[in-house]
Design a protein around this ligand. Structure first.
Ligand code: ZN
Length: 289
C-alpha cells in the first residue's frame, strides 16, 4: 500500500472545531491513536503530516512506530501573520521571527519545514484563491533559511504564479497546486519537485450541502486536468489526500485520492509505478539528514 503524503492528524475529517477542541490544553492521545489505527488497518505504513497548531502531529510522530508507521512531521506549519495558515500552525511578522520558528521546529524534532505561501481554493467562487500570495522574494528567503538548517520544504501553494515563485525559490514539494497551468507544470517537471494535488478534498465535499456543488465540481475537474497534464509532462506525483480536512477521513482518504487519480488518468497502466516513485521521493527528501 502506498503511503499518505499529506495528512493532518489533529483533525478528524468530520468536524474541525470539535476535533481541535479535543486537543486544547493537552494533546488527546486517544484521538491520535484512533487515526493511527485507521492507517495501520489499511496497511499504510508511511504518513507525512502537514502540521497543526496544537502539537498533535509531533505526538503522532512519537506514537507511530508502535503502529509500524514511519511518521514524518513538520511539527507546525509556518505562515505569515494575517495570511492563511493559522489553523495548521504558527505565524511570523519578520524574517527573524520566521528563522526563529524554523529553529524551534527543528529543536522539537521536525523532519522538514512546512510553509504556506498562498490561501486555499475559494469553494464559493470558481477559479479564486483566498487571500494574497507571499512575494517571490519572501518565499525565496524562507526556503533559503529552512534549507540552511538542513530541512526540506513542503509548500502549501495554489495558483500558477505562486507555484512558479515557489519552484524558483527551490521548495521540495508543492501541496495542492490548484489552478496550475502549462508553464507551472513544466517548471515542476524540470526542477524535479513533487506535486501532491490533494484532489480528494473538493471531490469529497461535492453533495455535502455546505458549498456550491458547481464550484466544487469545477475545482475537482481542474485538479483532474492538472493530474493528467503533470503525469504526461513527467512531474513527480505523490499521493496525499489532506486527510483530516472535512470530508477526508484518515486511511480512507488515501483510497479516495487514488480514485481521483484513476478518474484523471483512467486505465493508465503505469500509474501505480509513478506514484510509488513519487512516494520514494517524498520518503527520501522529507527526513532529517
Ligand atoms: Zn493540508
Amino acid at each position: 500500500m502506498l503511503g499518505e503524503c499529506h495528512a493532518h492528524i489533529a483533525m478528524d475529517g468530520i468536524d474541525f472545531a470539535k476535533a481541535m477542541a479535543r486537543h486544547v490544553g493537552h494533546v488527546d492521545d486517544a484521538a491520535i491513536r484512533t487515526h493511527l489505527r485507521a492507517y495501520r488497518d489499511r496497511g499504510i505504513t508511511f504518513v507525512r503530516d502537514g502540521g497543526d497548531a496544537c502539537g498533535a502531529s509531533a505526538r503522532a510522530r512519537d506514537l507511530a512506530p508502535s503502529y509500524g508507521i514511519d511518521y514524518r512531521s513538520p511539527i507546525f506549519a509556518i505562515h505569515r501573520n494575517g495570511h492563511y495558515g493559522r489553523i495548521v500552525g504558527r505565524g511570523f511578522d519578520t524574517m527573524t521571527e520566521y528563522a526563529g520558528l524554523v529553529a524551534e521546529a527543528k529543536r522539537l524534532g521536525a523532519d522538514f519545514i512546512k510553509i504556506m505561501t498562498t490561501g486555499i481554493m475559494d469553494f464559493n467562487i470558481s477559479g479564486c484563491i483566498t487571500g494574497e500570495a507571499l512575494s517571490r522574494g519572501e518565499v525565496r528567503e524562507m526556503v533559503r533559511i529552512a534549507h540552511g538548517e538542513g530541512l526540506a520544504v513542503m509548500s502549501h501553494t495554489n495558483g500558477e504564479r505562486a507555484v512558479l515563485d515557489a519552484v524558483e525559490a527551490g521548495v521540495d514539494s508543492i501541496e495542492h497546486g490548484n489552478y496550475l497551468e502549462e508553464e507551472g507544470t513544466a517548471a515542476l517537471a524540470d526542477a524535479r519537485i513533487a506535486l501532491v494535488p490533494t484532489a480528494a478534498v473538493a471531490h469529497n465535499l461535492i453533495g455535502c450541502g455546505r458549498f456550491d456543488d458547481g464550484v466544487l465540481e469545477a475545482i475537482f475537474e481542474q485538479s483532474c486536468s492538472t493530474i493528467a497534464r503533470s503525469y504526461e509532462m513527467g512531474v513527480i506525483l505523490a499521493l496525499g489526500s489532506d486527510a483530516g480536512a472535512v470530508g477526508v477521513l484518515h486511511g480512507q482518504g488515501l483510497v479516495d485520492e487514488r480514485a481521483c487519480f484513476e478518474r484523471a488518468l483512467p486505465g493508465v497502466p503505469g500509474l501505480d509505478d509513478r506514484l510509488a516513485q513519487g512516494q520514494r521521493y517524498v520518503r527520501a527528501t522529507f527526513r532529517r539528514a
